[in-house]
Write a protein that binds this ligand. Structure first.
Ligand code: BV8
Ligand code: ZN
Length: 268
């Protein structure tokens, strides 16, 4: 093991409160496409053209097909060695009375499926819906989420139409509501949940070591968080297959697939 990794493992063994940020790169080796890579496309759209309230209002059928496709992909994916190492590290640290907070930009639920606890999902979850009428938030892991969306999310770029009638899209089952459901996901141009942000800021203030894994640090405000921790003089280690716009802000950068580098850092 190289000396730099040894020194970071030393930092972790002395730390009492570790903060772990993750992005789509932590799920890449589970077969879930990242945004920046080729995977950022579905049919003839870029993910961020569909992850907006405007797209949903204009064509709820198209946006629901996009998210149904991702629900199917993520439900068929397995947590990888990086997700497992993070969950085991959190579990092991808790038995020593230390704290590990996991803050993810991902909506794929793979940290939780690997056994991680109290995961802070900055951008929501593929498996939660929110009613646009009564605002009820519910967990929903049904595949398909409704009969009309069965097999409807295929990424084939030749599929040109998305015309599921509104009344066949997912609707609220709360008493006398029946409002249209949307994914409980933060779209571009939407604010992050205040409560989630305050829990994140608290973890940023309290931590004495930080890891940032598999993110291009391009999307705000998430991109600001690890650099702000580094500004406090806290050791931050970036795990990525390449350098990012934030790399120079961090004390450590471990280059390579995170299923190799993260277990090397976290396994006792
Ligand atoms: C907001 C849910 C206030 C949806 C997501 C101009 C300048 C600055 C900011 C803005 C701007 N214009 C607009 C904005 C604000 C905008 C933004 O930041 N835009 C970017 C594109 C510039 N932000 C917002 O809109 C946010 N809200 O600011 O509210 C506001 C209000 C009104 C008006 C304006 C502002 C909301 C952002 C949340 C959007 N929702 N997700 C969905 O998933 O469908 S964001 C989504 O994209 C992800 O959650 C994630 O956050 C982001 C993708 O980033 P990554 O996860 O990092 O993935 P990426 O593919 O980029 O990188 C993968 C990395 O992994 C790479 O570095 C790669 O090298 C690495 N990797 C790959 N394989 C591996 C690996 N590493 C290790 N091992 C491997 N095997
Ligand atoms: Zn409702």
């Amino acid at each position: 093991m190289q000396n730099v990794m040894k020194s970071f493992r030393e930092v972790l063994s002395n730390a009492k409160n570790v903060l772990i940020f993750t992005g789509s790169g932590v799920s890449a080796e589970s077969g879930i496409p990242t945004f920046r890579g080729a995977g950022g496309f579905w049919r003839k759209y870029q993910a961020q053209d569909l992850a907006t309230l405007r797209a949903f209002k204009e064509n709820p059928s198209l946006v629901w097909e996009f998210y149904e496709h991702r629900r199917v992909i993520a439900s068929q994916a397995q947590p990888n060695k990086a997700h497992e190492a993070i969950a085991e590290f959190q579990n092991h640290y808790c038995t020593q009375g230390k704290k590990v907070t996991i803050v993810t930009q991902n909506i794929d639920n793979l940290h939780q499926r690997a056994g991680a606890k109290d995961v802070i999902e900055l951008h929501g979850s593929l498996y939660k819906t929110r009613c646009i009428k009564c605002k009820d938030i519910s967990v929903n892991e049904n595949i398909p989420i409704c009969p009309a969306l069965e097999e409807k999310g295929l990424p084939d770029p030749n599929i040109m139409i998305s015309d599921i009638p509104l009344d066949q899209l997912p609707h609220c089952e709360k008493e006398n509501c029946n409002g249209l459901l949307r994914p409980h996901i933060v779209w571009f141009g939407e604010n992050l949940d205040k409560h989630i942000l305050s829990k994140t800021y608290e973890a940023m203030e309290e931590c004495d070591a930080c890891l940032i894994i598999g993110t291009s640090s391009i999307v705000y405000p998430a991109a600001m968080f690890a650099p702000q921790v580094a500004e406090r003089g806290i050791p931050v280690a970036e795990f990525n297959i390449e350098e990012t716009p934030a790399t120079r802000r961090f004390q450590y950068h471990f280059q390579g697939p995170c299923t190799y580098t993260v277990p090397e850092a976290l396994t006792p």
